[in-house]
Design a protein around this ligand. Structure first.
Ligand SMILES: NC(=O)c1ccc[n+]([C@@H]2O[C@H](COP(=O)([O-])OP(=O)(O)OC[C@H]3O[C@@H](n4cnc5c(N)ncnc54)[C@H](OP(=O)(O)O)[C@@H]3O)[C@@H](O)[C@H]2O)c1
Length: 292
């Protein structure tokens, strides 16, 4: 008989945590999930992290906990580093001591966006924002403190849950006749629902090729393309205007190009990754169902 795998989820009330929660019923009894939020388990408190992991004997920890306010991170840099570096270090050290495999989510924002071909896992990280810097510091803590980890970098995460670009566009589309969106930042939108399924697949397959991985949906888009597809798929009529980033200045700089190469994860998991446009149709359907 197959042994039951026990999985701890931190930051379980956020966007990705909720997406994982929404599909656990599709997983057979061979995996047991324990969802925690920041009230149950604050990753910045080492004693709590240690007690939790030491007492409950988990096989895996999926870390969905993070400081994710890209534009506030400049003013909040201490907090961003406390959660994204110290918190992750706490998890890495406690996972190492308890022989728990850590699946940690990182970001395309670790890159500076100067390339014009998809980023490989081995390409040099050079974050251009405080948020990206704090996430990269978290990655380094994992590499330094343990061996059995998966760092999964993803990009432009959206879903039917939490705060994200998809939901903001639906809201603005309902309120406004005209909207301007930047076309000079290029990346790949990623369905959190698809990422959730990939994380579970890594656990159920018992992958042992530890290390850094890139995962996004297939394809390339600008934020303008993404917004345009959101409106088209959801039958929203808005006069959408493409603008340059300098016409819409934000506190944090973003990489101009952050498409990631996904060959490694495709090979290890035997994955056929959906194109971002087909996942957008799926997410739009989930969103509509959730509102019924
Ligand atoms: N969103 C994106 O576009 C994107 C893109 C690339 C990568 N990522 C990465 O993907 C991961 C998941 O992102 P997401 O969109 O699901 O983020 P999210 O919705 O902001 O969720 C983050 C969760 O972390 C929790 N958290 C914050 N501080 C904590 C602490 N000290 N201890 C425990 N939990 C804490 C938050 O709980 P409270 O609300 O209670 O504080 C929240 O539930 C993150 O690592 C993020 O960096 C996101």
């Amino acid at each position: 008989m197959q042994a039951i795998k026990k999985v701890l989820i931190t930051g379980g009330s956020g966007q990705l945590g909720t997406a994982i929660k929404s599909i656990v019923h599709t997983v057979n009894d061979s995996i047991q999930f324990k969802f925690t939020d920041s009230d149950d388990l604050d990753i910045t408190n080492y004693e709590s992290v240690w007690d939790f992991l030491n007492q409950k004997n988990f096989d895996y920890c999926i870390n969905c906990a993070a400081y994710t306010h890209v534009d506030k991170a400049g003013d909040d840099s201490d907090l961003a580093l406390l959660i994204n570096e110290e918190g992750v270090k706490n998890l890495a050290q406690a996972c190492h001591k308890t022989e728990t495999v850590l699946l940690h989510i990182s970001t395309d924002f670790v890159f500076d966006g100067q390339q014009n071909v998809p980023y490989l896992e081995t390409d040099r990280a050079n974050p251009v924002s405080i948020y990206g810097h704090s996430k990269f510091k978290g990655e380094q803590q994992i590499v330094r403190n343990m061996e059995r980890y998966f760092i999964i970098r993803t990009s432009w995460l959206y879903s039917a849950y939490g705060h994200n670009f998809f939901k903001s566009m639906l809201k603005y589309g309902a309120e406004r006749n005209q909207l301007s969106v930047v076309f000079d930042q290029v990346g790949t939108p990623t369905s959190a629902h698809d990422l959730a399924a990939v994380l579970i697949k890594m656990i159920s397959k018992g992958v042992k090729d530890y290390g850094i991985y890139h995962y996004s949906n297939e394809g390339v888009a600008s934020w303008y393309d993404f917004a345009s597809a959101i409106f088209e798929i959801n039958d929203i009529s808005v006069n959408l205007r493409p603008i340059r980033s300098k016409e819409y200045p934000l506190p944090a700089e973003r990489p101009a190009y952050s498409v990631m190469d996904k060959s490694k994860i495709k090979k290890v998991l035997g994955l056929d990754i959906p194109h971002w446009t087909s996942s957008l149709v799926e997410v739009s359907n989930v969103f509509k169902k959730e509102r019924e």
